[in-house]
Ligand binder design. Structure first.
Ligand code: 13P
Length: 341
């Protein structure tokens, strides 16, 4: 199966009332872990790469690994998505390389740090929508700013500093015509999201519900959605790590989000934790080992377990075979038809 449109995956998820995890990758083992989890749970899947991941992997490597994944797992609808594109040019280069979905994060200026104006965000996102839709490629935008920093991208502020304004979100969707909308409801990238289990004061699920009421047909995206499970933190610390106590987004809150329009859930940190814990364990227990496979295999297996669990919890499990992929040329024709109507 070729790499497919994210819009199609999200439309199908909305029909079926489930969410789809979007998992970040930088290398072969992470892609393998996700694909094995997808096969085991029969899940459609979104694999995403940030600018940092593209530079780490000289993105051609990453792209060809994704082509290999599509060839080896023909039964799995598979999207390659750009996470947090910082400019129109970054989105353009991803589209030219073969990504089937891009995020134009115009909530920040191209430096990836400074919160932007609404007008700037609309202009940049509209430009990407016009360029991407002409090729059948999906566009995610963001309104409001997430907390934290991921791969050098982010305000570095806490998640409550720039929450999404529901009325502004509705206006943004109307003016841009995007496919999926990332909203800020108190989450942050990285391991340190909350200093205790989040409450309605720190994780604003009521705001998400309000946005969904105004935009019932827009696919919402939850970023910063790792749950940072204590057992994964404990493995790292047991084998010499030094993580401070921290809390992520509870899975039941994500499930509440899925009932209220969330179709894409971004997870990176949980997989990083699983990988690091597994590698630390081998290093601590078998200090004589020096074959990278001796620790990369358990790392890959640990990540696969986390991904498979999330696929089941988000509800995408069992849905890989529900539909045939719509070619990107057909998606482009549909966008053109909608625009003309
Ligand atoms: P986490 O750091 O919570 O995994 O979030 C990842 C993310 O939102 C990628 O865009």
């Amino acid at each position: 199966m070729p790499l497919v449109s994210m819009r199609q995956l999200l439309d199908e998820a909305a029909k079926g009332g489930y969410g789809v995890g979007a998992f970040n990758v930088n290398n072969m083992e992470q892609i393998q872990a996700i694909m094995e989890a997808a096969r085991e749970t029969k899940s459609p899947v979104i694999v995403q790469a940030s600018r940092g991941a593209r530079s780490y992997s000289q993105d051609k490597y990453l792209y060809h690994l994704m082509l290999a994944a599509a060839e080896l797992y023909p039964e799995i609808p598979l999207v390659l998505h750009l996470d947090h594109g910082n400019s129109v040019e970054t989105c353009k280069s991803a589209i030219e390389l073969g990504f089937t979905s891009v995020m134009m994060d115009g909530s920040l200026m191209p430096d990836g740090k400074t919160p932007s104006s609404f007008d700037y965000n609309v202009k940049a996102t509209r430009e990407v929508v016009a360029m991407a839709h002409a090729k059948g490629i999906t566009v995610e935008g963001e309104i409001g700013c997430l907390g934290g920093i991921e791969d050098g991208h982010g305000t570095g502020l806490d998640g409550l500093s720039h929450l999404t304004d529901p009325a502004q979100a509705a206006e943004f969707v109307k003016q841009t015509g995007l496919d999926a909308l990332a909203i800020a409801i108190g989450t942050s990238h990285g391991a340190y999201k909350f200093s205790k289990k989040p409450t309605g004061e720190t994780l604003k699920m009521d705001r998400l519900i309000e946005i969904h009421k105004l935009l019932p047909n827009t696919h919402l995206v939850m970023h910063g959605s790792s749950s940072v499970p204590k057992d994964l933190q404990d493995i790292i610390n047991q084998y010499g790590g030094k993580l401070k106590p921290t809390w992520g987004v509870p899975v039941e809150e994500i499930q509440l989000g899925i009932k209220n329009g969330v179709r894409k859930i971004n997870v990176d940190t949980d997989n990083r934790l699983a990988i690091t814990g597994a590698i630390r364990k081998v290093f601590a227990e078998k200090p004589e080992e020096f074959d990278p496979r001796s620790y990369l295999k358990p790392a890959r297996e640990a990540m696969k377990k986390v991904v498979a669990l999330r696929m089941t919890q988000f509800g995408q499990a069992g849905h890989a075979g529900d539909y045939a992929p719509v070619p990107l040329s057909e998606m482009a024709a549909r966008y053109a038809q909608k625009k003309a109507a």
